[in-house]
Design a binder for this molecule. Structure first.
Ligand code: ATP
Length: 268
């Protein structure tokens, strides 16, 4: 059984209004325990919407998403969503940010701090526990978000373009760092990106969505050993295949948009 299973999932916004918009259409796929899946697709095809539904923040219009065989109905601490902008509370120190959710789990202060300190050490921030978010770089803040997810006991980490706001060097470091954490903890990761190289570098499998409404165009396993050689023929072959798929989807999306605008102008 898959860790996460999407069964014929569709999502429309504004149902019954003039702005009704079908964003995702009949999405089915399964993610195994410990798998690293990357989702790519043209802008607006519903990647973030899909992650929000897996997180339990939004509900599908039709279809079902299962976590360990149970339908997802609401957010849970064992599924953690990490965004492009680090979502730390600015008025709390790092250790308090990381320990924050543990209060709700009824853990006493000593246990909370011990656990938070352990995960801050895991992500290389042991000496920054008493700093505030604004005193850290973007990459360090994202590492703290990962520490918080691990500390809360997430076994599925959902990442929505988490490194998009970082400079290139930090992005590469964070990719390596994330793979180390993933290999060391055997978490299941579902990761959205616009960067093809990032997808090829990180993924066990890449799911490509079509232009809106997003459907599964391809699901491609990447069997290259890690760390991946970004100048190898195999890396280039995957990169070229994904670029080709995305190009044709983006071209379709533009053609549809132009047609819609043309019809709109004629109607007016
Ligand atoms: N809460 C919402 N209410 C109404 N429409 C929404 C909502 N959230 C997203 N949408 C619409 O759904 C579509 C898909 O958005 P989404 O952010 O999921 O796409 P995406 O593939 O992640 O895009 P990008 O790659 O540009 O981040 C967009 O047209 C967006 O405007």
């Amino acid at each position: 059984m898959g860790k996460i299973v999407c069964q014929h999932v569709s999502k429309a916004w504004g149902i019954g209004t003039a702005d009704e918009l079908l964003t995702l259409d009949d999405i089915s796929f399964s993610v195994s325990s410990g798998e690293f899946v990357v989702i790519i697709g043209p802008s607006g095809c519903g990647k973030s919407t899909l992650l929000s539904m897996i997180a339990g923040l939004e509900k599908p219009t039709s279809g079902t998403i299962l976590h360990n065989g149970e339908p997802i109905k609401a957010p849970q601490s064992d599924r953690s969503l990490i965004f492009q902008q680090p979502s730390l509370l600015p008025w709390l120190s790092l250790i308090d940010n990381v320990a924050f959710g543990l209060t709700l789990k009824g853990m006493n202060k000593k246990e909370r701090y011990q656990r938070a300190q352990h995960f801050l050490s895991e992500v290389g921030l042991r000496n920054f526990a008493n700093k505030y978010p604004h005193q850290l770089s973007g990459g360090m803040q994202q590492r703290a978000c990962i520490a918080r997810a691990l500390c809360l006991g997430a076994d599925i980490i959902l990442m929505d373009e988490p490194f998009a706001a970082l400079d290139v060097q930090t992005r590469y470091n964070m990719q390596k760092f994330l793979l180390d954490i993933w290999e060391g903890t055997n978490k299941t990761v579902i990761f959205v990106t616009h960067h093809i190289d990032e997808a090829v570098y990180l993924a066990d499998r890449v799911i490509i969505l079509t232009a809106r409404p997003g459907r599964v165009l391809e699901s491609v396993k990447i069997n290259m050993p890690r760390p991946r050689d970004v100048i190898s023929t195999e890396f280039e072959r995957h990169r070229a295949m994904f670029v080709e798929h995305l190009r044709s989807e983006v071209t379709k999306a533009f053609a549809e948009q132009e047609l819609a605008e043309m019809l709109d102008t004629r109607i007016k």
